[in-house]
Design a protein around this ligand. Structure first.
Ligand SMILES: [Cu+2]
Length: 199
């Protein structure tokens, strides 16, 4: 996902949408980057299970709420549940408390990010950072959604984690979504300092 933020109002930022099955990438208006509003991004680091995962998650304050967009490549093919194991994909997707994406112990990657960010002490399924699962086509997942559960400032310095298994939105405290396969530290975009850069 690429941002171009010339600072001229709501429709002056663009996000590319992905190419599927040979159709070309395109662009659509993206309501980010108006003066006084903030945006953040998280570049993904792949864990040891699927080292080809790359991507970026972006967050933009808007008057309607916070817009979250994900563009992730290199995700594994869907595998149905078998032998008592969970399916691989769709992929659990959350904000976690810690902000440093150290792989650490390869048996338990990204443990340093801690548990789910849960500022209002809700059950899992209703954490502020419980996101929709990522659904991939040919290894690529692209998704945007709006939330009123947090602002960009509140999540800057935390992390996003992608899990190997789907979130069941009820198992406590983390939805039984399995291994952590990618992680990104959430950082503020400085749009004023470098307004024409691809963020
Ligand atoms: Cu998680």
């Amino acid at each position: 996902m690429y941002f171009n933020c010339p600072g001229q109002g709501w429709t002056s930022a663009w996000v590319t949408y992905p190419s599927f099955q040979g159709k070309v990438d395109g662009r659509m208006a993206y309501p980010a980057c108006p003066k006084g509003y903030k945006a953040a991004y998280a570049m993904l680091i792949a864990g040891p299970d699927y080292p080809s995962i790359t991507g970026m998650i972006t967050f933009a304050d808007t008057p309607a709420g916070t817009m979250v967009c994900a563009d992730v490549r290199g995700l594994p093919e869907y595998r149905p549940a078998e032998d008592g194991k969970s399916p691989v994909g769709p992929f659990g997707f959350h904000i976690h408390e810690g902000g440093h994406c150290d792989i650490g112990d390869p048996e338990k990657p990204f443990e340093s990010c801690g548990g789910h960010w849960n500022p209002t002490n809700q059950p899992h399924g209703n954490h502020a950072g419980d996101f929709p699962v990522l659904v991939a086509s040919n290894g690529r997942a692209w998704m945007c959604f709006m939330t009123d559960r947090f602002t960009v400032d509140e999540i800057t310095g935390r992390s996003v984690i992608i899990h190997e298994n789907p979130d069941d939105y009820r198992t406590q405290p983390s939805g039984d979504s399995g291994r952590r396969i990618a992680c990104g530290s959430i950082r503020l975009m400085d749009l004023r300092r470098d307004p024409n850069s691809a963020c």
